[in-house]
Design a protein around this ligand. Structure first.
Ligand code: FA5
Ligand code: MG
Length: 426
């Protein structure tokens, strides 16, 4: 596939991924570089820090919920990242015009198939399969900025915990999950409202509050299990189309508040559509990279992809609870080159999609691209032509780059930008 960064329509063709051919269309924006990240399963590689964090979290879950000594959670960590728009969005009540569906934010294979943008994409199918307590772990893909904490592929753990009335209100059999006017009604036709910030209209306040307390205690327990009793945290009100009410959890790390997860009470429409219509559930989704970076003091997200033995041996054969502090193998110098161009006369600095440019840079420069920053925007006073200037920071994690080598790649990026976006290099 060619010219996949551009938003221009492409000719009809198919794209082979693994054993399967996918029809491409004007939504296709997945690049060969992104395809090369599939099937690495870093979260399952024993010497990868992501795998250590995964095992610690899974252990915490197994030990938190047992029934007669057996874990009550099942773990799904090997599901294909290729999903339908129904799984990633529709099943989760994400509206048709929601910004998270935009081509500028996701990697689409075609208009109905994409690389999952969150692990929540599997929530409905697993509920439909009859599961009530489960974890979904895997790689997710998003078009985003380029810096030390953002990479187009990262890993998430998502969880769902559902409870029936008898479980939730074991000690208070007189309490109910659903409001009186809801219970006798067919949940498929019942209008569930989220206008009240404290709860969904179908749920009782008691059920919502009890679930909130359990959810928050459970997650704070997890954060303490990872970072120790003294970790500073705070809850922030949030919004997700698939939960209500919703929160985000932030931890205080290196003098900043860092968001580590989103969570909430699952919208009852999702449970009712997928099967269980007599229970209430909470769900959350967390990012493994951020936790691993904070736990092991790993300074750059790209290191998760390192094949350098100097990196991997620091995490190999370690007890999952070992206190590991990453020691930089060595730090090689950065090399920064600017790239300025005039946009074609029919486009403007406000409509130019930076994410298209970032993908092009990443595709040509590969993993030596450390950061791309928009440095300057300029409109020529006479010609009214628009110009953009980006700084590209190059750094190899395992050796020193020469200026000549960087210049060559920089030149290739200039040429590709000229061809793809019809720009004129300044
Ligand atoms: C979600 O992805 C929701 N699906 C989470 C959720 C699940 C909410 C179930 C409610 C119920 P969000 O986009 O905020 O939400 O991402 C969740 C977590 O993934 C973030 O808190 C963060 O830890 C991590 N994350 C998000 N974007 C990035 C990124 N670009 N790089 C690294 N980690 C990221
Ligand atoms: Mg968030």
């Amino acid at each position: 596939i060619k010219n996949n960064y551009s938003t221009a329509p492409k000719s009809l063709a198919t794209l082979r991924i693994g054993e399967k051919d996918y029809r491409t269309d004007d939504y296709t924006n997945i690049t060969p570089k992104i395809l090369s990240y599939l099937n690495h399963n870093l979260h399952l590689k024993n010497d990868n820090p992501l795998s250590l964090v995964r095992r610690r979290i899974v252990n915490y879950f197994y030990s938190s919920f047992t029934h007669r000594g057996n874990p009550t959670f099942s773990v799904y960590d090997n599901m294909s990242p290729i999903v339908s728009t129904k799984q990633n969005f529709d099943d989760l009540l994400i509206p048709d015009d929601h910004p998270s569906r935009a081509k500028s934010d996701c990697y689409y294979i075609n208009s109905t198939t994409l690389l999952r943008a969150h692990m929540t994409a599997h929530q409905s199918e697993l509920l439909r399969a009859g599961l009530d307590n489960f974890l979904m772990i895997g790689d997710v893909y998003r078009r985003d900025e380029i810096d030390s904490t953002h990479f187009p592929v990262f890993h998430q753990i998502d969880a769902v915990r559902t409870q029936r009335k008898e479980q939730l209100f074991e000690q208070h059999p007189d309490l109910h999950i659903f409001e009186k006017n809801f219970e006798p009604t067919n949940p498929h036709t019942f209008k569930n409202s989220i206008a009240d910030p404290t709860k969904q209209s179908c749920h009782t306040l008691e059920a919502t509050k009890l679930m909130e307390v359990q959810l928050k205690n459970h997650l704070i327990g997890m954060v303490r299990h990872l970072f120790g009793e003294d970790i500073k945290y705070r809850w922030v009100e949030a919004y997700f189309p698939f939960t209500h009410p919703s929160w985000e959890l932030e931890i205080f790390y290196e003098n900043n508040w860092m968001e580590i997860l989103g969570c909430g009470i699952v919208r009852n429409e999702i449970l009712a559509n997928a099967g269980p219509n007599n229970s209430i559930a909470y769900a959350f989704g967390l990012g493994l990279e951020r936790l691993a970076m904070a736990l092991y003091k790993i300074p750059d997200i790209r290191l998760m992809w390192s094949k350098d033995s100097g990196f991997l041996t620091q995490f190999q054969n370690k007890n999952v609870n070992a206190n590991i502090v990453y020691k930089p193998v060595s730090i090689y110098p950065q090399c920064t080159n600017d790239l300025s161009f005039w946009l074609p006369s029919n486009s403007s600095i406000d409509t130019f999609t930076s994410n298209d440019f970032y993908d092009l840079v990443r595709d040509i420069g590969g993993d030596i691209i450390e950061q791309v920053k928009l440095k300057d925007k300029f409109i020529h006073p006479k010609t009214k032509k628009h110009s953009l200037c980006y700084s590209i920071v190059y750094r190899h994690l395992e050796r020193t780059l020469t200026q000549a080598e960087v210049n060559k790649i920089h030149k290739e990026i200039e040429e590709a930008a000229t061809k793809t976006f019809n720009v004129v290099i300044r």
